[in-house]
Design a protein around this ligand. Structure first.
Ligand code: SF4
Length: 354
């Protein structure tokens, strides 16, 4: 297990947050928040995919007044994302949100910040301060020092009101800038950090960029929540986030697909099967290694730590469980047989693969 940075801890809804607690996956809806049905439907999809905390944009009072109806229908903590308007923040708090994202320094009057802080204190609601590389004061060129100083400005306002349930994000579009900024922030602040490469791009390049930026920091023990921002179906964000956490041993109950790159020994159309199985595994919440290998020469050997797997033969495949071949199956049946094995697999039984 990776050593986590010590940070302040508090609750976000019913989730213990910060310090050595679980690293949570966050996402944000892209529906109009006032469209309650659509927002709830999207949050349910995200929840089923593995999202732990969800953020919604609150643009006006109608959005703010929709929040309790949304909260009543969902199972994960809700964060209200608010800019420049303390009345929206007060209404969101009143509606029962679990966290607000608001930069106190962007509110025009100190009394307004005081009113929000008082309301948050009364309900034990934390505040996330969010600094983005593209929206620094004066449109200044982003540097780690400037981004951290901008966060510090907001943090000090809250601290001056004896408010310390603070989370901070310092997202940048540039991965190296993002890494250096969070490293600096981890040294500077005792608060939990929400990690993300902002506007990372589409599923392929964005997931790689995010996995590197977020992954490097998590490996150093930095980061308490993560968001993979992708221009794609929000479910893909969750899938990518789960992959990052799983590969760092920061999340269990996520399947792992092992598949060979194929070579001249390949005996069947395994690329198609591997892709279909990967899609199927998205809704499986088990700690399971599934191997799909191109040939029987090296397949079972290479995938001997898999819980379930296949290795191709001519028009057929060998099905193996925990490293042992259990039967031969026809190529046409490989997908269905694997699904059956995955469904029947009980990950609570610890058995050593051979
Ligand atoms: S499992 Fe077989 S087909 Fe796949 S890479 Fe290894 S040797 Fe090649």
């Amino acid at each position: 297990m990776l050593q986590r940075e010590k940070t302040k801890q508090f609750m976000v809804g019913d989730l213990p947050f910060g310090g050595n607690n679980k690293v949570y996956i966050q996402s944000m809806t892209n529906t109009f928040t006032k469209d309650i049905d659509a927002t709830v439907a999207q949050i349910k999809i995200l929840t089923d995919a593995g999202c732990d905390i969800v953020r919604v944009a609150v643009l006006d009072m109608e959005d703010a007044k929709s929040l309790s109806k949304i909260i009543a229908q969902i199972k994960i903590p809700l964060v209200a994302d608010i800019h420049f308007n303390y009345e929206l923040a007060l209404e969101a708090i009143n509606q029962g949100v679990d966290k607000i994202r608001l930069n106190p320094g962007n509110l025009p009057k100190r009394e307004q910040v005081e009113a929000v802080v008082k309301a948050c204190k009364a309900k034990h609601i934390p505040i996330r301060i969010g600094v983005n590389s593209g929206s620094l004061p004066g449109r200044a060129l982003p540097t780690p020092e400037l981004m951290v100083a901008t966060a510090e400005y907001h943090v000090e306002i809250l601290e001056s009101m004896d408010f310390h349930d603070i989370a901070i994000s310092l997202k940048a579009t540039d991965m190296n800038l993002m890494i250096e900024t969070y490293r600096l922030a981890a040294k500077k602040f005792p608060y939990p950090l929400h990690l993300g490469v902002t506007e990372a791009g589409t599923a392929f390049s964005g997931a790689i960029k995010s996995a590197m930026g977020i992954g490097i920091l998590l490996h150093e023990g930095i980061g308490n929540t993560i968001r993979v921002s992708l221009t794609d179906d929000p479910r893909v964000e969750i899938q990518a986030a789960k992959e990052i956490l799983k590969n760092l041993d920061l999340r269990d109950k996520v399947p792992n697909l092992i598949s060979c790159p194929t070579c001249g020994r390949i005996q069947y159309d395994m690329i198609d099967i591997a892709k279909r199985i990967e899609t199927y595994l998205l809704q499986v919440n088990k700690t399971i290694n599934v191997a799909i290998m191109g040939c029987a020469v090296n397949g079972p050997g290479e995938a001997k730590h898999a819980d379930i797997g296949v290795a191709g033969g001519k028009g057929e495949a060998l099905l193996f469980r925990k490293g042992k071949v259990i039967k031969k199956i026809k190529e046409a049946d490989v997908y269905d047989e694997l699904i059956k094995e995955i469904d029947n697999y009980d990950d609570s039984i610890v058995e050593q693969a051979i």
